[in-house]
Design a protein around this ligand. Structure first.
Ligand SMILES: *[C@@H]1O[C@H](CO)[C@@H](O)[C@H](O)[C@H]1NC(C)=O
Ligand SMILES: *[C@@H]1O[C@H](CO)[C@@H](O)[C@H](O)[C@H]1NC(C)=O
Ligand SMILES: *[C@@H]1O[C@H](CO)[C@@H](O)[C@H](O)[C@H]1NC(C)=O
Length: 535
């Protein structure tokens, strides 16, 4: 009895400590219009991180630095519920490669330091085959409640992607459709019955001179059928053309497959879709034109009733890349507005061997070089609001309301427990956001109340006016610039914009960076539709 209680309290203590880590949803998943849902038809928002296993050694990165279970636990504790795990076709279609042990694979590239690291951190993986090692990794992620999407990234194990690397499009040197279909079939079959494998993406970033829409339909439909036949549980995820920036063909012609409620599309959005623009243009204009581009080429699928998985997006986490920094606030705003499923690029702190470099640092990686710590804690804080859903089936039948979201910090205006609402208004976690309506009269009004957000002058915190004050010019907020992310108002003769003040207080300042190459993002706010109540 005593033992029982001791064990019981240990279990409870463990539950309390690990409360941030989610349980697996009821699997398998399927789709319900644009949403990915579980067996109970409840939305599951994919908040994934990319973990590379498609380079020459054919083993997911980092296992020379930390034990597998430590990495899996870290993934879960950072709030990711899923890994997009990349694999190369030839690992399963070429007998020489698939029968190699991890040790032999690393030896063939003279990666002796990595072998020594594996010997210390993951000795049990060294003398099993690379395919068995993949199975062990997937299993361990499952034991830590992390879902897995197996992404066919390249054919030949190597760094991806350029137009002429022989892995870009059907018919390229290393990309023979029959071998690709064989590889998909093998992996789908191997993981049939492994419940935490919830999806397979058919091929990463189609590209290159052979790119052709009718060829895309032909083989993507075949690949989808092969995967579904071998493993009917998985979501079948289709990448667009042109480095996965273009799914525009689907506006006119849907994909024709024999199965239902399993089809998902994926899109990649990074600063390099418009590097010069982000560096040299006005971020409002570049954000507006990028958003328009991706609405036309990908986001429209949500309105057609398909889930769209933004399976690669990310930034240099050293924070010194101007293009990435400007891009990030735009991408955070859209990912929140559309409540996208997503996969951050990337997990890796470093690579065993990338291109010609050993132990290469990955500045886009959420972990540091030796995989021991988070590279940039404030970025993880910013990401956390996007790791939970804002809306979707089965979560809450609450009436839709607006959240005021600040993409630069990833914070929201939290619920005020009092009336009149607490001032100064401070941005905080999005976990319990205030419900607002942005009214046709251009008030930012707390829903079902008389309280309107009102400017009080330059450099001063915003305040709350009540009933009559909602008609005051200083309580009317115009969404200006092409991005529509600046909220401007008039105090006397001065035009002011919402801005981030000290200690996350919301203030009004002169509107900034309306033109030119500069940094407007502290003044960017966005209205996010939500139906979720966390209280
Ligand atoms: C299999 O892979 C090995 C090692 O990379 C290579 O030498 C061989 O040509 C490949 N075989 C086939 C049939 O592609
Ligand atoms: C695309 O491929 C189809 C079938 O092979 C071919 O008929 C068509 O001409 C190609 N289109 C372009 C633009 O190359
Ligand atoms: C879809 O594919 C099936 C099976 O290949 C075929 O019979 C049918 O005609 C196709 N439908 C369209 C609209 O192309």
């Amino acid at each position: 009895m005593e033992k029982f209680y001791t064990l019981f309290s240990l279990v409870v203590a463990h539950l309390i400590i690990s409360q941030k880590v989610l349980a697996l949803p009821s699997l398998p998943l399927h789709t319900n219009s644009r949403w990915i849902v579980d067996e109970d038809d409840k939305r599951v928002k994919l908040a994934c991180v990319n973990w590379v296993g498609h380079l020459q050694p054919m083993l997911v990165e980092g296992l020379s630095k930390q034990p597998l279970d430590t990495i899996s636990k870290k993934i879960a504790s950072m709030g990711f519920n899923c890994v997009r795990l990349t694999w190369p076709t030839f690992m399963v279609t070429n007998d020489t490669l698939s029968s190699m042990t991890v040790r032999q694979s690393f030896q063939s590239f003279n990666l002796f330091e990595s072998i020594a690291g594996l010997q210390v951190n993951n000795p049990s993986l060294l003398d099993i085959t690379v395919v068995q090692a993949l199975q062990e990794v997937v299993k361990n992620l499952g034991e830590n409640n992390v879902m897995v999407i197996l992404d066919n990234h390249v054919s030949k194990p190597m760094w991806c992607c350029n137009r002429y690397d022989g892995n870009g499009f059907f018919g390229d040197r290393y990309f023979k459709p029959r071998i690709w279909l064989d590889g998909l079939n093998k992996i789908a079959t191997l993981f049939n019955g492994v419940s935490n494998v919830i999806g397979m993406s058919l091929r990463n970033e189609l590209r290159g001179p052979r790119m052709n829409n009718s060829v895309w339909y032909n083989f993507m439909q075949k690949g989808a059928e092969v995967v579904h036949d071998a493993n009917p549980n998985v979501l079948v995820i289709l990448s667009g053309n042109d480095f996965d920036k273009d799914l525009g063909m689907l506006k006119n012609q849907p994909v024709n497959v024999s199965f239902k409620e399993k089809l998902v599309f994926e899109v990649h959005w990074n600063s390099f879709a418009a590097t010069d623009g982000w560096r040299n243009g006005n971020p409002n204009d570049v954000c507006a034109s990028q958003v328009q581009f991706f609405r036309d080429h990908a986001f429209f699928l949500l309105d057609q009733g398909y889930p769209l998985f933004m399976s690669e997006w990310g930034v240099n986490l050293r924070g010194n890349d101007v293009a990435d920094n400007r891009f990030s606030s735009c991408a955070f705003a859209l990912a929140a507005e559309l409540d996208l499923d997503w996969g951050l690029w990337a997990l890796m702190g470093s690579y065993y061997y990338r291109e010609t470099v050993m132990a290469m640092n990955e500045y886009y990686g959420v972990l540091n070089w030796d995989w021991s710590e988070v590279r940039n804690p404030s970025f993880m804080q910013r990401l956390s609001a996007l790791q939970s859903p804002f809306r979707g089936p089965g979560l809450s039948d609450h009436e839709q309301y607006d959240i005021i979201y600040h993409p630069f910090t990833g914070l929201c205006v939290p619920k005020s427990s009092e009336a009149p609402p607490v001032v100064p208004v401070k941005l905080d976690s999005c976990a319990q956001p205030e419900s607002w309506t942005y009214t046709p009269e251009k008030n930012l009004q707390i829903k079902d109340s008389y309280y309107c957000l009102q400017a009080d002058g330059e450099g001063k915190p915003v305040k709350f006016g009540t009933d009559g004050d909602c008609n005051s010019p200083s309580a009317k907020w115009e969404r200006i610039t092409s991005s529509k992310f600046h909220f401007s108002t008039m105090v006397g003769n001065t035009t002011l914009c919402l801005d981030l003040g000290s200690n996350n207080t919301i203030v009004t300042n002169q509107c900034k960076c309306l033109i030119g190459s500069c940094e407007p993002a502290t003044q960017w706010f966005h209205i996010i539709p939500s139906t979720i109540r966390y209280d």
